[in-house]
Design a protein around this ligand. Structure first.
Ligand SMILES: [Zn+2]
Length: 74
């Protein structure tokens, strides 16, 4: 038995990942605490973008209204 493959010793897969992570807001290296952002502030900025920016999609009623629970169909 020859064991040439000993690549699974510690699992290096997720090692260099954190290094590449950058804050999408300001571009600074993200911190584990606030990732993918660098700080709570940038996370907040992103949140506001979601709430009042591009992703602000009005909740329209769909064509077919969901069945009302309080209305027995009989
Ligand atoms: Zn940032």
């Amino acid at each position: 038995m020859v064991q040439e493959e000993d690549a699974g010793k510690g699992g290096d897969a997720g090692r260099g990942d954190s290094k590449a992570r950058k804050c999408p807001i300001c571009g600074k290296p993200a911190t584990p605490r606030h990732r993918p952002f660098c700080s709570a502030r940038c996370a907040d900025v992103d949140l506001h973008r979601w709430l009042g920016g591009v992703y602000a999609i009005p909740a329209e009623d769909s064509d077919e209204a969901p069945p009302l629970a309080g209305e027995p169909r009989k």
